[in-house]
Design a protein. Structure first.
Length: 145
């Protein structure tokens, strides 16, 4: 299996507002950068979209070291999603899961996909080079008005 290190981040100018997502993929000597955005979105949606885009960009099964500064995404995909699915995509307080459309996409990529993923939380805006680059890409992806 190919080994890939991924850094993802999301950004939003206003919440909601215009937002962007950024991805840095590294495998051996190869680096790939991706970014994109939406005119009206939220920070959490952009954090999710960054991970979805990163995993979707992989062309063959990989061992993935995925670094992100979003506990919402990390805990959501590794802990909370099992309960959401069991309860029909509602929370413990019986509210619909926010961003269920993106969670369902991510669920498919993570749990039905071919990759082995290790999730690593990193503190955002703390000088971590990979996270800083993903943050810059996310900001680059924010559509201008």
């Amino acid at each position: 299996m190919n080994k890939v290190t991924i850094y993802t981040d999301g950004a939003c100018k206003g919440n909601p507002g215009p937002g962007g997502w950024g991805v840095l993929l590294q495998s051996g000597l190869h680096t790939k950068e991706l970014c994109g955005g939406e005119a009206h979105t939220t920070n959490n949606r952009m954090e999710l979209m960054a991970v979805i885009q990163a995993l979707s960009a992989l062309k063959r099964p990989c061992e993935v070291e995925l670094h992100l500064d979003s506990e919402y995404v990390r805990k959501g995909i590794t802990e909370w999603i099992k309960g959401w699915k069991a309860k029909g995509w509602v929370t413990a307080s019986k509210d619909p899961v926010k961003n269920a459309d993106l969670w369902q996409q991510l669920d498919s990529l993570v749990y039905q996909g071919p990759h082995r993923i290790q999730w690593h939380w990193v503190k955002g805006h703390a000088g971590h080079a990979g996270n800083e680059r993903a943050d810059a890409l996310a900001n680059q992806g924010v559509p201008s008005k």
